[in-house]
Write a protein that binds this ligand. Structure first.
Ligand SMILES: NC(=O)c1ccc[n+]([C@@H]2O[C@H](COP(=O)([O-])OP(=O)(O)OC[C@H]3O[C@@H](n4cnc5c(N)ncnc54)[C@H](OP(=O)(O)O)[C@@H]3O)[C@@H](O)[C@H]2O)c1
Length: 262
């Protein structure tokens, strides 16, 4: 039976790629969003806010597969709880969830950890909520997207001195490549936690900032400051990296060239 696929976060950076790719495969799409709009190109939009649970029950009605991408800096555990309760009640058959590499190995215990890495703890809690929901699932952990790394270094470069988290590296990946994997998962059988997905190369944060400054013709001193706390220490030890799954193709340099040409 061909039921629509529900995509939460279908209006976001990753979600737009996922929706586009699912449409190419011929899937009907329902997008849950806080800002609904008229239907277009095989995509309908339903109003919902996963932070409160409003609209979740209506969004999952008649849905077999859910791709859960909605996410913000805070409260992804709460969003997952609302969505998964509604999905379980409605008898959903498969939920595909996007998490972040290192969610399982970043200790977030102190107030400092929570202030700086609460996002990672919430992703981990959300993974557990998805796994315990009773709805068959596939969870993919990805490294940071090029798009996010770009936003971060562009914001840092607005200051006269660029402060980079010392000793911390990133392994950025193209959001569209992560989208392709999520679509493959959504159109297949539930697989539980699948292999991590990381970008092709590991860069120091300072190195990302340096290449951005060079590409945009700016000069700024870069000062590396190690962040305090156990979670930051885990990142310095590489918790957010997955060198053994460096499966992404588009490099940071290629992304930068493409992005700055727009
Ligand atoms: N960015 C990264 O580097 C990265 C790496 C690994 C994993 N991820 C995960 O990938 C997912 C997508 O990230 P992204 O960078 O594409 O995010 P994004 O561009 O910021 O988009 C966020 C999406 O979440 C939706 N959303 C936010 N709060 C919501 C709420 N309360 N109720 C319903 N929908 C809500 C937004 O929809 P509306 O505004 O239309 O309501 C939007 O579509 C997130 O779960 C994130 O944790 C991101």
């Amino acid at each position: 039976m061909n039921t629509p696929i529900l995509v939460t976060g279908g209006t976001g950076t990753l979600g737009r790629y996922v929706v586009g790719r699912l449409r190419e495969k011929g899937s009907e799409i329902r997008v849950l969003t806080r800002t609904p709009r008229p239907p277009a190109d095989g995509v309908t939009y339903v109003a919902g806010d996963l932070a409160t649970g409003d609209g979740a029950a209506a969004a999952v009605e008649g849905i077999g597969t859910i791709v859960h991408l909605a996410g913000t800096q805070k409260g992804d555990d709460v969003k997952a709880r609302h969505l998964m309760a509604a999905a379980a009640r409605a008898g959903a058959e498969h939920v595909v969830y996007i998490s972040v590499v290192g969610a399982d190995r970043t200790p977030v215990k102190s107030a400092i950890d929570r202030a700086m890495f609460g996002y990672v703890a919430a992703k981990r809690a959300a993974e557990e909520i998805v796994a315990a929901s009773g709805v068959p699932y596939s969870t993919l952990r990805a490294t940071q997207f090029h798009e996010l790394a770009f936003q971060a270094v562009a914001a840092m470069a607005k200051l006269p001195v660029v402060f980079a988290p010392g000793g911390t590296s990133m392994q950025p990946i193209a959001a569209d490549e992560v989208a392709a994997r999520l679509v493959e998962l959504a159109l297949g059988e539930p697989q539980g936690l699948v292999a991590d997905m990381g970008g092709p190369r590991i860069h120091s944060f300072a190195g990302l900032a340096r290449s951005y400054l060079r590409a945009t013709g700016r000069r700024r001193p870069i000062v590396s400051v190690p962040a305090p706390g156990a979670a930051a220490r885990a990142f310095r030890a590489g918790a957010n990296l997955t060198p053994e799954h460096a499966v992404g193709h588009q490099t940071w340099e290629d992304f930068l060239t493409q992005r700055l040409a727009i």
